[in-house]
Design a protein around this ligand. Structure first.
Ligand code: NAP
Ligand code: NAG
Ligand code: NAG
Ligand code: NAG
Length: 341
């Protein structure tokens, strides 16, 4: 008897609880929130693993040209190689002529496409270099531009202590260089009513990054600029996209061993070129893609499962991380200099 009564009371209170309008409102909000997140997660998975990107042939036939800056190493070299494998002629631009020539002959042997090279230092911002660049570009039918050249701080450094030269170089190479090259290439694309402009960005542009402040700011600059340009050029049939990336193995990242979170340039570029027009992990950010799957999951999680990239706590955690990296780098430099003596 007592047990039955207990059950009845229990059942009553539970029904009562769920019948309360306040509870219903909260339950509805909760359900809506979870549904939105699930839908967004499903879109992420579809973008990464199910839906194809726009085929590269949309942007130009075989025999049209791809221009790659910072082309002789790392991610830029992979863009050059993989675009050559797709049948595009390749115009390679970076500092070191010998590295450019080695890559050009590697491409010609394996892919039977034409190549051109120009050695220039984007840090010099020299008009005569840009004149040479312009005269070559004007003679080519350029289908694809990859703005890949970039420089980061050599080690994390408080902004006030950043060497002036390093600060200037980052802005000159990453921002000014990208703008000037794009201005040389875009008119031809508009004339042909087709083309693709990819610009390499990094999480440092979405997440304010203490001790890499100048780099972080320059990447954010590129993000805004590229999204604005995308809207300007879309009516002219030209696709503009920022390619977001977390770490990739390369000389710049100083990471040699790849892992799930840190792909090789080859894996990264394959993802980038096969997912043109898909947003990957960069949902809702116009003309932006985070194409590599592990970076995309990370990007999605930062936006959806943390207080967000502009949150003070998230930024402070990053600052402690970079202060540690700086301490270790300085200690290592000291050890090395003692060894050298
Ligand atoms: N690696 C990463 O973890 C990572 C993450 C996010 C974004 N990114 C971005 O991806 C892009 C490529 O990075 P990466 O890791 O592949 O770099 P990398 O391996 O260091 O290669 C840099 C390339 O740029 C050229 N270069 C450097 N400074 C130059 C200058 N002043 N003028 C002309 N060319 C110059 C280099 O050629 P020379 O040596 O012949 O000059 C080289 O070909 C960068 O924009 C970077 O910000 C990289
Ligand atoms: C630019 O490059 C040209 C040709 O290499 C050189 O003669 C000139 O001195 C350079 N200008 C500057 C400002 O460095
Ligand atoms: C400059 O470009 C490099 C390589 O793309 C990148 O790692 C760095 O974040 C960029 N810096 C700025 C300020 O855009
Ligand atoms: C922290 O800094 C790194 C650069 O070392 C950056 O790539 C990353 O996106 C930052 N993460 C957060 C959570 O701010």
């Amino acid at each position: 008897m007592a047990e039955q009564a207990d059950q009845a009371i229990h059942a009553f209170t539970e029904t009562d609880y769920w019948a309360s309008p306040t509870t219903q409102v909260f339950a509805f909000i909760g359900l809506l929130y979870v549904s939105i997140k699930l839908l967004s997660f499903w879109r992420l998975i579809a973008s990464l693993f199910v839906l194809p990107g726009v085929p590269l042939s949309t942007f130009g036939k075989k025999g049209t040209w791809a221009v790659v800056t910072g082309a002789s190493d790392g991610i830029g070299k992979e863009y050059a190689l993989q675009l050559a494998q797709k049948g595009f002629n390749i115009f390679l631009v970076s500092r070191t002529q010998s590295k450019l020539e080695a890559l050009a002959s590697e491409i010609q042997q394996s892919c039977r496409v034409e190549t051109k090279t120009l050695a220039m230092d984007f840090a010099a911002n020299n008009d005569s270099d840009y004149d040479k660049l312009r005269s070559t570009i004007d003679s080519l039918d350029v289908a694809i531009l990859v703005n890949n050249v970039g420089l980061s701080h050599s080690i994390p450094v408080p902004f006030a202590e950043t060497p002036e030269q390093e600060m200037r170089d980052i802005v000159t190479i990453n921002c000014t260089g990208t703008l000037r090259v794009t201005q040389l290439v875009a008119p031809g694309m508009v004339k042909h009513h087709r083309g693709l402009i990819l610009t390499m960005a990094s999480f440092g542009g979405i997440l304010p990054t203490p001790l890499l402040a100048t780099y972080s700011g320059s990447k954010a600059f590129l993000q805004q600029w590229s999204s604005a340009l995308a809207s300007e050029l879309a009516p002219h049939g030209v696709k503009v996209q920022i390619v977001q990336s977390y770490l990739v193995t390369s000389a710049m990242s100083k990471i040699r061993r790849s892992s799930a979170l840190v792909p090789t340039p080859k894996q990264f570029v394959r993802a980038a070129l096969s997912k043109i027009g898909r947003d990957g992990g960069a949902q809702g950010t116009s003309a932006t893609s985070t194409p590599y799957w592990a970076h995309a999951l990370m990007h999605w999680a930062i936006v959806n499962l943390t207080p967000g990239p502009m949150n003070r706590r998230v930024i402070d955690v990053n600052r402690s991380m970079h202060e540690d990296i700086r301490k270790r780098a300085l200690r290592k430099a000291e050890r090395d200099s003692r060894k050298a003596q």
